[in-house]
Design a protein around this ligand. Structure first.
Ligand code: HEC
Length: 149
């Protein structure tokens, strides 16, 4: 009985790890989202008028356009978050997997603390909104992923 319990826990852990690449603790990531992000983005990432644009069902599409991956590490809300590089990388990976799993490329390489740290050294300021629209203009329209990069 005991052995079975251990097996079940092991299987559950493995499944969770597979579900969200680069997320060590989904619980911690969700807590960080609640504390640092959802005030603007809303719990379900649908955004709010004048607050933040919707990321639900869309945010991972930035990974498929040139410059998009870097953009995600430089938007003000991410770059200036009061979190360590480790936890910020985890939170970004969690955000992508939680709110736009469908567009996550099959060969997605999770963000690391180093990559996030590099983006944070040159955060976007007022140009974020314009860059966002430019990148979105390059989104692949047919809903398929892995196209342009
Ligand atoms: C003060 C409000 C605010 C907070 C807090 C905030 N964001 Fe944002 N976020 C925005 C806005 C606005 C944009 C659109 C880009 C821009 O104009 O800055 C954005 C864009 C993004 C993007 C790029 C995707 C896109 O659709 O443009 C990601 C990823 C993101 N935010 C994640 C986060 C995470 C993770 C946190 C918490 C650590 C966070 N944000 C906190 C307002 C916020």
């Amino acid at each position: 009985m005991k052995a079975l319990g251990v097996l079940v826990i092991f299987a559950a852990t493995a499944a969770a790890a597979q579900e969200a690449p680069g997320v060590e603790s989904a619980q911690r990531a969700k807590m960080n989202w609640m504390l640092s992000c959802q005030g603007c983005h809303q719990p379900d990432a649908t955004g709010s008028a004048g607050g933040a644009p919707s990321m639900a069902g869309e945010v991972a599409r930035f990974l498929n356009v040139a410059g998009g991956r870097e953009y995600l590490t430089r938007v003000p809300g991410v770059a200036n978050a009061g979190l360590s590089n480790d936890q910020l990388a985890e939170l970004l990976n969690w955000t992508l997997a939680t709110f736009d799993k469908d567009h996550l490329p099959a060969d997605f390489i999770p963000f690391t603390a180093d990559e996030v740290a590099a983006g944070r050294t040159h955060p976007l300021v007022s140009e974020a909104a314009v860059l966002r629209e430019t990148l979105r203009g390059n989104f692949v329209d047919d809903g398929r992923v892995g196209g342009a990069n």
